[in-house]
Design a protein. Structure first.
Lengths: 234, 218, 225, 225, 218
């Protein structure tokens, strides 16, 4: 099986989806050996730049894959494999009224991911700005280092409301523990997530086959189940 | 009057034995303690000072009970108003000779008395010296001066002159006696030098292996 | 160097200095007790003091976050009675820093105290000095090398510590965004040039400060040992 | 407890034990020299030894990653001549752990050595004993409390350290995925139940080990001080 | 023959002065050194042992030059084959009395000799005791026995008997002399006790403030 081994570096929030996809994949392609390593997209990118033995990189955005492309570390261009959707989450408040909930007086802290690093944060902020809400709440915002940390701020109750990935709100641990409101696509565009094959993957076809597999329609139901938008099929 | 009646288990060259001392010592007198090495002289002084807790017994100084094993009394060394000179000096390494000596005094410093001591004990030129730059005899003299600086009710001197030469020794014996005459503190001096004991002691407490504590009044 | 970074550096300095001072105040009595009293469960207490080192900082930070949360007893108590919410405040990251730095300060001071000969205390007591006077005038000056090691290690660790602080602080500029977080941010964003610049400045400032701290040690040693 | 976690725990123990042993071997001569020789730039060297603490672990890890990278002189030298690539290997994370633990070990031992009276060495020399014999038979047994503090701090830190190791090691199961990283992973994945379980086990194991280490200290003290 | 001609700046009670010693001492003899406290006796012994580097001069032992400031020779203490007894004992706290004494021997341990020493110096019951549980005199005797255990070419004893009582002192003086007679090591003994000096010394080196080193041959 050594010839059919692929090492995949994936953004941490893909864990639940990918484990399920991997299980299904191994049924369809018995004998494949997939090793999936989760980490923050930034850390994984630095490790790839410095020679990490990864075949496929599944980022949580499009910025890091294109940086790798710029450095000539990739053998094909990046492709979108799914879209992440932004959700507002709270454990105490009923969010049925939508975005205006952030103006409630009991909301003392609002957790948003650091827009410099996390596209979820950037899109959330842009939405708030567009709706002229940002200035009204900017003093109450706390910045999560990444989308997971933002979720932790919210789940632990230190922030009353958080702007997190829908996939996190649907994670097994968090289901039914609070209320969420999915930001409509027309006011908050979903986040494109791109994957890219890293130089050296060619030693066997497993990484490329897996990449094809995750964007195939066989996986659509899994992506949907975890709250992701589907990549456009060409 | 100092009343001592204690028993304490110690280990000597002859194996473990009970140090048992029962005696009454007069107030304001100069008392010399002597006995063979390892008999328990230092241990006795430390028990009076409150640094070692006897296994059993009573130590009483005038009306004040320092220690009573039956009634569970054990006054802390700080409250016994004593001056104790350690056999191995135990100078504070971070203080100069002068600082060591004046540290012994209470909040109201008697600078004149410190100066007198420094002069009498031949430490003038070493005032600003730290202990690690002193010779054996110089350390001993500093420790002695520090103990005397406090003007305590009871002075406990553990072989204060063992490391000084004979000329200096005679001079310092007289200095100590003079201090005793001036302030009248009850003084217990341990010495293994028979001449010294005979010269200085108004009373002599002889510790011996037969565990009989002989006391001679002069 | 941007004004923003100067602010960040200032905040870092403030955090490290304050935490170190508070740790000194906590560490001195605790290490004194640990050095001079003997009780059966002492090795347990000593091991417990090391524990903040054993858990990964971000995980420790996560537990702190839960402890601070208004949904929990302690957090809601603070919120109700004092209107304090520790998460995302400077006070919160000070607490985090103190917990993270505890082992260094206490361990250093404790070895210092326990290597002093008992006679120092005994002499001081027979001279009628109280435990407090003995502590400040006799013991403390004689553990100067350990004191300096403790201060240097704690200070350096507070500067570089970022896992717990990042978790508890929420990266708020001017309030909880310290230099190590700023540098981490830039490395994450692959902005190596700025990250290198900032690291260099942080490195240099700390280096000079620590050299000064250690120089005190040196002059002390030459004088007395 | 899954087999996976037992493996991870085993790897963690191996890393911490090996790093601590290597640090002991490095730390003893270095701290000896620092304690007993006086040179002008000593405070600088001492400050330098603290530096791994000042930089945030992930940033330090990032610099190590660059140093190890085959794109750089040092990394390509290793690759060409020894066919070793340090990044993402167990050897690599050992080196990272050693660098991170350096300050704790050296600082602890150094205060130990410098608080010994000079006469111990002098006596031993006049008895004709070599510097090596003096070191092992006279000095080392007398700094036992510092030695134990150094070992305990270093060991605990190696267990909890994860920023550098994560960066350099890359979270590869069986090779570089140590317990602290596994726990961090679970917290990241919001799998708090498993994270809590693992933290608890890690905490307990380290706690027992450290208590044992400190018990040695205690029995030593009772015997000789 | 030991040839000493050195100058070294020291600080005494009378301010800083130059300790200057120029003398020739016979081989295999018992030499006593005396002089007032702080004159430089310990310093002189430490210079011979190689623990203090004189500012200037020569120290020669037989054919072997220990120290020569002009030719930059300074043999390390380890190679001088000496035995040095410190005035403040400097026992190793982690070793028992017996371990302290036998540590002084080379790889080939002479257990019988260690036992003899332990017996002669009254340390039998204290064999397994650590130094912090010894009395002042017991520590001194242990330090003395440790120094003698090595059978060195030169023995440097710094006030070896200052803390023992007079009976014990006479006994131990004889023990030391006996050891000297048996092994013939050149022995330099510092003492401030004039009787001791007269009794033990085959030669006496008197250090004084007039900086003249008088030497008497008996
Ligand atoms: N800290 C200690 N713990 C246990 N035993 C001790 C301790 N110090 C001394 N001893 C033992 O107690 C006995 C008495 O010791 P002490 O120091 O009182 O003798 P001393 O009469 O002062 O002798 P010296 O004239 O030699 O100083 C000694 O035999 C010694 O072995
Ligand atoms: N480590 C040191 N550094 C500097 N000066 C010292 C040091 N040790 C001693 N001295 C000074 O050197 C002088 C001689 O000291 P030394 O110890 O040789 O005297 P000594 O003759 O042995 O006296 P004693 O009989 O009191 O032991 C003393 O006056 C002391 O101040
Ligand atoms: Mg005694
Ligand atoms: Mg001397």
């Amino acid at each position: 099986t050594k010839e059919r081994k692929a090492t995949i570096a994936a953004a941490a929030n893909l864990r639940y989806v990918l484990e399920e996809i991997k299980e299904q994949y191994l049924k369809d392609y018995p004998g494949a050996d997939l090793q999936i390593i989760y980490g923050s997209s930034g850390t994984l990118t630095q490790q790839i730049i410095n020679g990490a033995p990864f075949d496929l990189f599944m980022s949580a955005d499009t910025k890091f894959p294109s940086k790798l492309e710029d450095r000539g570390m990739t053998s094909a261009s990046a492709i979108n494999y799914c879209y992440g959707r932004v959700a507002m989450w709270s454990s105490t408040l009923d969010l049925s009224q939508g975005l205006s909930a952030i103006l409630l007086p009991e909301v003392k802290k609002i957790a948003i991911a650091n827009p410099d690093n996390a596209p979820y944060g950037l899109n959330s902020i842009n939405t708030l700005k567009r709706l002229n809400l940002y200035d009204k709440v900017s003093k109450r915002i706390v910045w999560g280092e990444n989308i997971n940390q933002t979720a932790q701020y919210t789940f632990s109750g230190n922030a009353e409301i958080g702007f997190i990935a829908l996939s996190l709100a649907l994670a097994p641990e968090m289901k039914n523990k609070g209320h969420y409101y999915v930001l409509p696509e027309n006011i908050c565009p979903p986040i494109a997530q791109a994957a890219v094959l890293i130089n050296g993957w060619e030693k066997n076809g497993e990484a490329s086959r897996f990449l094809d597999y995750i964007i195939s329609s066989q996986c659509d139901h899994i992506w949907k189940k975890y709250g992701y938008g589907l990549a456009k099929k060409d | 009057m100092i009343y001592i009646d204690i028993e304490h288990k110690i280990l000597t060259s002859e194996g473990s034995r009970i140090l048992s001392v029962k005696t009454e010592l007069p107030d304001n007198k100069f008392i010399c303690i002597s006995g063979p090495s390892g008999i328990g002289k230092t241990t006795l002084l430390k028990m009076i000072a409150g640094l070692i807790k006897p296994d059993w017994g009573i130590i009483q100084m005038g009306d004040c009970i320092f220690f009573d094993s039956l009634n569970n009394i054990n006054i802390s060394p700080q409250k016994r108003n004593i001056g104790f000179m350690f056999q191995d000096y135990a100078l504070f390494p971070h203080m100069t000779v002068e600082e060591n000596i004046s540290f012994a005094q209470n909040k109201v410093k008697d600078k004149a008395w410190v100066d007198t001591l420094i002069k009498s004990y031949g430490l003038e030129a070493l005032r600003k010296q730290k202990p690690n730059k002193l010779s054996g005899g110089q350390k001993q003299r500093t420790a002695l001066a520090r103990t005397l600086a406090k003007k305590a009710d009871i002075l406990l001197l553990d072989e204060p002159l063992s490391s000084v030469d004979s000329t200096m020794r005679i001079k310092l014996q007289n200095e100590i006696l003079k201090t005793h005459a001036d302030f009248g503190s009850t003084t217990l001096l341990v010495s293994h030098d028979q001449d010294e004991v005979n010269k200085m002691g108004q009373c002599v407490l002889q510790l011996g292996y037969d565990q009989i504590r002989s006391i001679k009044n002069y | 160097m941007s004004e923003d970074f100067i602010n960040t550096l200032w905040l870092t300095g403030k955090l490290a200095t304050l935490s170190t001072c508070i740790l000194l105040v906590i560490g001195l009595p605790v290490s004194y007790l640990l050095a001079y009293t003997h009780f059966k469960i002492k090795p347990l207490v000593e091991a417990l003091i090391c524990m903040p080192l054993v858990l990964p900082p971000t995980v420790l930070g996560y537990y702190l976050l839960i402890a601070f949360s208004p949904q929990n007893i302690w957090g809601s108590f603070l919120e109700k009675h004092f209107n304090i919410r520790l998460a995302f405040t400077f006070e919160g990251i000070i607490i985090a820093s103190i917990i993270a730095g505890l082992p260094f300060m206490i361990q250093s001071l404790q070895t210092g105290f326990s290597s002093l000969p008992a006679s120092y205390r005994e002499v001081s007591y027979t001279l009628g000095k109280s435990k407090t006077t003995t502590f400040f005038k006799v013991l403390l000056p004689n553990i100067k090398p350990s004191l300096i090691t403790g201060i240097a290690l704690t200070f350096a660790h507070c500067i570089g510590e970022f896992g717990i602080v990042l978790m508890v602080g929420g990266n708020i500029p001017g309030e909880t965004r310290i230099a190590s977080i700023a540098i981490y941010d830039q490395v994450q964003a692959l902005d190596y040039k700025t990250a290198n610049q900032y690291s260099f400045i942080l490195f240099l400032t700390s280096f000079i400060l620590l050299t000064l701290i250690y120089s005190i040690n040196k002059s002390f040693k030459i004088k007395t040992i």
